[in-house]
Design a protein around this ligand. Structure first.
Ligand SMILES: [Zn+2]
Length: 220
C-alpha cells in the first residue's frame, strides 16, 4: 500500500508520517534520503542526480520519479510505504502514477493535512532545530520543548532558530506558495477518490497523534 502525505510545513506532517511509519513498520520515504542513498551507492540514477545537485540545480522528474519507484520496490516496502514530500507537482504525480501502474501498483491513500493558518505560523515561530547537522532534531517551544532550555535532548548540541522561521511575513508567503502549488495535486487525487483531509488543531484539541490513530484504524 502506497500512502502519500500532503501538508504544508507546520501542519504536523512529520509527526503523523513518523507515527504511521513506526506503528506499521513501513518505511517513511523522502526524496532527500533517496538521493543521498543513490549518490552514495553510485547507482546509475544516483550518478545522474549528482550532476544536477552539484550544480545546485533541481533534479529532473525523469530521474527522480524512477528513483522513487525503485525505492518503493525494495523489500522493506513490500507491505507498504509512506511517501513524504513527493510528488510536489501535478507533472510528478502523473509520472508517478504511470510508472507505478507499470509495476501493478498505485497510490492507495493520500493524507492531506491542514491546520488553521494562525496556528501554523505560531508553531513555526516556536520551532527550534538542533544545530548538530548529524542530528537536526526539531523541537517546539510550546508543544514539544527540550528538557533543558536551548539544548538538544538527544545530543546536547545547541538549538537554533532557522533564519526563515523568525519572519512572520516570510512564513505567510511560504504558506501561500505551498497552497498554490499543491492545489492541483489535491484536485488530482480527489478525482481519483483516494484523498482524505484531516485537520490538526490545538483549538479543537485534535493533534497529530489523534489523526495518526484515525488513519491507522482504517488501514489496520
Ligand atoms: Zn541534537
Amino acid at each position: 500500500m502506497v500512502i502519500l502525505m500532503l501538508g504544508a510545513q507546520g501542519t504536523g506532517k512529520g509527526t503523523v508520517a513518523g507515527l504511521l511509519s513506526e506503528t506499521l513498520n513501513w518505511p517513511q520515504i523522502s526524496t532527500g534520503d533517496i538521493f543521498r542513498k543513490n549518490m552514495k551507492e553510485e547507482t546509475p540514477l544516483g550518478v545522474e542526480a549528482q550532476k544536477y545537485i552539484s550544480k545546485g540545480e533541481l533534479v529532473p522528474d525523469e530521474i527522480t520519479v524512477p528513483m522513487v519507484v525503485a525505492r518503493l520496490n525494495e523489500s522493506d516496502a513490500e507491505k507498504g510505504a509512506i511517501l513524504d514530500g513527493f510528488p510536489r507537482n501535478l507533472a510528478q504525480a502523473e509520472k508517478l502514477d504511470k510508472i507505478l501502474a507499470e509495476k501493478g501498483k498505485k497510490v492507495d491513500l493520500v493524507i492531506n493535512l491542514t491546520s488553521p493558518k494562525e496556528e501554523i505560523i505560531t508553531r513555526i515561530l516556536n520551532r527550534r532545530v538542533c544545530s548538530n547537522q548529524a542530528c537536526k532534531t526539531t523541537y517546539n517551544l510550546t508543544m514539544h520543548p527540550p528538557v533543558k532550555e536551548g539544548i538538544c535532548d538527544k545530543c546536547g548540541a545547541q538549538l537554533v532558530q532557522r533564519g526563515d522561521d523568525s519572519d512572520k511575513q516570510a512564513i505567510q508567503n511560504r504558506l501561500d506558495i505551498y497552497e498554490e502549488k499543491t492545489l492541483p495535486l489535491v484536485d488530482f487525487y480527489t478525482q481519483k477518490g483516494v484523498l482524505e483531509t484531516y485537520e490538526i488543531s490545538e483549538k479543537t484539541g485534535r493533534l497529530g497523534k489523534d489523526v495518526a490513530e484515525d488513519i491507522l484504524k482504517q488501514i489496520q
